[in-house]
Design a protein around this ligand. Structure first.
Ligand code: NI
Length: 227
């Protein structure tokens, strides 16, 4: 499933991120690419181990874990330290699949990449091109979201970023391991949670059927969760 979530970062936060990033040295993005993706990757990134990247990454993770839609959609177990990349005119990232397992040598964290996240840190009118295309756009149109919004999609998807022809595309991206490995199961708990929240608004938490449905929701998570 592919889900877009608005306003994960405020415009003020985005401006602060951009200001901090503008003072940094960027490096060739191939340092974090696998063998296949390195051949089709042309972009720049903040050095992943730099203090600035780590601090901004922690701010991204705090924003994600405070966002109830994100928690419900991703059911995150481990979130890999976010990375930050920049595409300038002529730069792109051809079709590739993300590495299935990621290890972070600084924290010792090792995760199975179930879900990928791109968090946009620039407005769509700041650049031309640079669209994120997932699974050859068979199921979803090219993605280019407002600053502070994110897209969450299965890491099993082939995906690409089309060449930027003007301006700069600046994003944060990350991977996570979900407590619920199966995409279909996770989709169902997300849909159920959305319906449940609507019923809570209409009927209150202590309506008998709402209470029963809440119990079923928790039992499904309990049944599927791997910790
Ligand atoms: Ni990728």
């Amino acid at each position: 499933m592919l889900i877009c979530i608005p306003d994960v970062l405020s415009k003020n936060d985005v401006a602060d991120f951009r200001h901090i990033m503008s003072t940094q040295q960027w490096e060739d993005g191939r340092s974090t690419a696998g063998a296949q993706s390195a051949e089709v990757k042309q972009n720049e990134q903040l050095p992943p181990d730099s203090e600035v990247a780590r601090k901004l990454g922690q701010r991204v993770i705090r924003a994600l874990t405070a966002n109830l839609t994100f928690i419900s959609a991703a059911v995150p177990l481990h979130i890999f330290p976010p990375l930050f990349n920049r595409y300038r005119p002529g730069q792109f990232f051809g079709d590739h699949v993300d590495n299935c397992v990621r290890g972070d040598h600084m924290t010792g964290l090792r995760i199975r990449t179930d879900l990928s996240v791109t968090l946009f840190l620039c407005e769509p009118d700041e650049y031309d091109g640079g669209e994120l295309i997932i699974d050859g756009a068979r199921n979803t149109p090219p993605i280019k979201l407002p600053a502070g919004h994110l897209v969450l999609y299965p890491s099993t998807s082939l995906h690409m970023v089309t060449p930027v022809t003007h301006g700069e595309r600046i994003c944060s991206f990350l991977w996570l391991q979900s407590m619920i490995r199966d995409n279909h199961a996770r989709r169902m708990t997300f849909d159920l949670d959305n319906i449940l929240q609507a019923l809570v608004t209409r009927l209150g938490r202590n309506d008998p059927e709402v209470r029963n449905l809440t119990s079923i929701y928790h039992n499904l998570i309990r049944y599927w969760a791997e910790l």
